[in-house]
Structure formats: C-alpha cells, structure tokens
Design a protein around this ligand. Structure first.
Ligand SMILES: Cc1cc2nc3c(=O)[nH]c(=O)nc-3n(C[C@H](O)[C@H](O)[C@H](O)COP(=O)(O)OP(=O)(O)OC[C@H]3O[C@@H](n4cnc5c(N)ncnc54)[C@H](O)[C@@H]3O)c2cc1C
Length: 411
C-alpha cells in the first residue's frame, strides 16, 4: 500500500500534524476525518472574542478551503469514525465509508463533562461549551438571560462568567472545591482571580455542592445547593472540565487510561497508530499527563508527524496556557505539579507573578498582566535553566537577562 496517513479529528492537533507532514515533504496521502461541519478551527475564542460577538465563525477557521486543496490535505467534514480495523489497517465512518491507512493518527480531542440526566432532567437552559454550535447556543441564551449560574470555577467557566458580568448579568460561580482553579493553579493565583471577579461584581460560592435544579415549564429556574440555598437562574453553564474522547481507541484495544496512552513519540500501544492533543496521555516528569491546551495540541501534533517521517524527536514540552478574564490576561508557563512552595512577586498593582518551586527550583509560573515574565519563563524552562527562589527575591534581579546569560553557549 502507498504511504497514506489518516487523521481522526479536524482540530488543532490534527492540523498541526497534517501541516508538519506536508511542510516536511511527506508525499503520501493525508486525510483528516472530522465529525464537525467546520474546517479546523480555534476553540479558545469560543469563551472569549467569539462569545462576545467580536468575531465570526468563519474567522475561527485556521485556514481556508483553498489552503487544504493546494496542500493536498483531504478534509472530510461531518464524518464520524466509528471503528478501527487494526488487522486490515482501515477505519470506517458512520456513513459506511472505509479509509485505508499505513499510519493512523488519533486526534479526537476531549468533550465537556456533563452532569447526569437524573440531575438535569434535560431542562432547557443548562448548557456546556466546547464547539461553535455550543457557543452559538450560549450566545443566544446570554442575550435574553439575566441571572446566570456557572457551575465550575475552571478557566472556561471563569471566562464566560467575566463576559456575562460585562453584559450586565447577575453571575454566580458555584465551585465545589474550597477555591477556584483547584486542579490547575495554586492558592495565591486562585485568590487573585477570586478577588478580580468579586471586584467586578460576580459572586463566587466555594465549598458549594450542587444537588439539582428547579424548573418552570421545562426551563431551568434555579440551582439547588446542598446547603439548602436555591439560586435563581435562567441560564446555567456547566463548566466542570473535559473528558478525553478515548472510546474509539479503547474499542480498538489500544491502551487507555485518562487518555490514549502514548510514548514520548506519540506512538500508542498499537503498531502505526499515534495520538496527539487533548485525547493523549503522555509520559513527562515521571507520570502520565494529559493536557488540554493549544501548546500541547500544536507540539504533540508535530511530534507525531516527525515520528511518521522517521525523524523521531521526543516530546519534552514546556507547557503554556492563557486565559482572558475582564481586562486581565492570566498566563501560565511550566507545569505546576508536585510543588512545595509558591512565591508571589508583585510588579505593580494588577500585575503579578506566582512562582512555583520544587526543592527550591522554579518549575512553573502564573502571571497576571505580566507578559514579559511569562515569555522569559518559557525561555527559562525551555533552556532547562535552573532558577533558585533566592534570586527572585533580589530587588535588581532581571529574569530575561539571567535567562540569556545562563542559556548562552559557554566558551
Ligand atoms: C471554550 C474553550 C476555551 C479554550 N481556551 C483555551 C485557551 O485560552 N488556551 C489554550 O491553550 N487552550 C484553550 N482551550 C483548549 C484548546 O482549545 C484545546 O486544548 C485544543 O483545541 C485541543 O485540540 P485537539 O485537536 O486535541 O482537540 P479538539 O480541538 O477537540 O479536536 C478534536 C476533534 O475531533 C473530533 N472527533 C472526536 N471523535 C471523533 C471521531 N470518532 N470521528 C471524527 N471526529 C472526531 C471532535 O469533534 C473535534 O472536532 C480551550 C477550549 C475550549 C473548549
């Protein structure tokens, strides 16, 4: 069989892999099969500019149709892959078509976690946010709703809350943990974000356990909490994280944990089958990680392309992420796992850095409105330069200069 890459999914990781293959001179066929009606598009604006109505759906698409035609990358939309036949090296779509592959790449992404039906009873006005279609529904609902409850104090929920507040709505964020951003950031970052929301008029309820909903004629009317409180609501956004789309891989017998398990080259447990992006669980820092970020999707897509091209480069990421809330840009560099200390460095009001340390060495930093520190930190972690806590305490310490000097080749 002629070289032929089939990519399941048409998201950020799929695009990155396909473009890298072509840019590197891959001459076989490249076909992406996606179940959405769009060309590959950006998801971050769905909880930012797109939700605010500042951009249109076609502008979210990374590249126009002509680009794919010219690059010789096939994009099949509305095409859901339902099974993988590993022995015959082919996949089948829901409309019964079959695609043979020599290499298969799974970039199936993740989906928004939902609350069980016994809790929501299929009520109108309880939404999630993952796709353009979801964002359109949310936009329409925001236009008429007045009292909004966001379930979950993660990035997506907090971003939507900030937009709803700016629209003049009464917004309550319900978080079951003792603070927001519990899974992704330390307490000082969370405290600063909570303060930001409070200042703009949003209410954050922590340690708040949701028990159900009240309704009026099939439409949500309230959110019931374990404390006995009933929060009035005409719109509820459930933003409680993502679940990797692993079912296709699992049914094909590939090793799956909280994502499709891959090695440092993006190779799954199946011969000639790779995975990248939100759906993949990869080894890094002595554990299996699954990241839901643009950085991870782009870089891992590239890692898989390199492996297919026979030029393997192991995935050693410097994770980075951003979130826009009100006029604040929160950025993260590095991986805040297993840290034992956090240091807050305030540059000026509203502009801070929260450094995470393990054994006295910096491993990650969250910044608020401090892009300079964020960019310097990405270089620092990328160059594997050690940064001790004491240095950051020196009043005249210049991070970028330190990185430049330390990363410069010696001799
Ligand atoms: C609202 C929102 C805001 C975000 N904001 C940020 C941000 O500010 N910064 C940041 O770094 N990241 C952000 N992210 C995360 C980022 O968008 C994702 O990490 C990234 O899109 C992952 O790309 P992916 O290609 O792995 O998956 P996806 O973009 O999810 O693409 C996977 C595609 O595969 C399709 N698919 C799944 N199963 C099948 C199948 N069996 N057959 C065919 N197609 C299938 C899916 O429908 C989907 O279209 C945000 C995400 C959301 C939802």
């Amino acid at each position: 069989m002629q070289d032929n890459v089939v990519i399941v999914g048409t998201g950020q990781a799929a695009l990155s892999c396909a473009v890298k293959l072509r840019d590197s001179g891959y001459e076989g066929a490249v076909t992406m099969l996606g179940d959405e009606p769009w060309l590959p598009y950006q998801r971050p604006p769905l909880s930012k500019a797109y939700l605010k109505g500042e951009t249109t759906a076609d502008r979210l698409e990374f590249r126009p149709q002509e680009f794919f035609a010219k690059a010789g990358i096939g994009v099949e939309r509305d095409s859901r892959v339902t099974s993988i036949d590993r022995s015959n090296r082919s996949v089948t779509t829901s409309d019964g078509r079959s695609y043979a592959y020599t290499k298969l790449v799974l970039t199936t992404g993740s989906r928004a976690r939902t609350l069980p039906d016994v809790m929501t009873h299929g009520l109108d006005g309880i939404l999630t946010l993952r796709s353009i279609a979801d964002a359109d529904r949310l936009r329409r609902a925001l236009a008429s709703a007045k009292r909004i409850v966001v379930v979950g104090g993660g990035y997506v929920g907090l971003e939507v809350a900030s937009i709803a507040v700016r629209m003049g709505h009464a917004v309550t964020i319900v978080e079951m943990a003792d603070r927001v951003l519990k899974r992704v950031a330390g307490a000082p970052t969370a405290e600063a974000i909570e303060e930001l929301h409070a200042r703009h008029g949003a209410t954050i309820l922590t340690n708040a356990q949701l028990t159900g909903f009240s309704d009026q004629s099939g439409k949500v009317a309230g959110v019931a909490l374990e404390s006995g409180t009933m929060l009035p609501a005409d719109l509820v956004l459930v933003a409680i994280g993502g679940t990797a789309n692993v079912e296709l891989a699992a049914e094909a017998g590939l090793t799956v944990e909280n994502g499709i398990v891959v090695d440092r080259l993006g190779q799954t447990s199946g011969t000639d089958i790779y995975a990248a992006g939100d759906c993949a669980a990869f080894p890094f820092g002595g554990r299996l990680n699954r990241l839901e970020s643009v950085q991870n999707a782009i870089e891992q897509g590239g890692v898989v392309a390199n492996a297919i091209l026979g030029r393997p480069v192991e995935y050693e990421p410097v994770p980075w992420f951003w979130s826009d809330q009100y006029d604040t840009k929160l950025q993260t560099a590095g991986l805040a796992h297993d840290y034992d200390d956090i240091l807050t460095v305030s540059v000026e009001p509203g502009c801070s850095a929260f450094w995470y340390f393990r054994d006295g060495l910096a491993v990650a930093v969250d910044t608020m409105n401090d892009a300079k520190t964020h960019m310097a930190a990405r270089r620092l972690f990328g160059a594997r330069v050690a940064l001790r806590r004491e240095l950051l305490l020196k009043p005249d310490f210049n991070l970028m200069q330190y990185v430049r000097t330390a990363a410069a080749p010696s001799g």
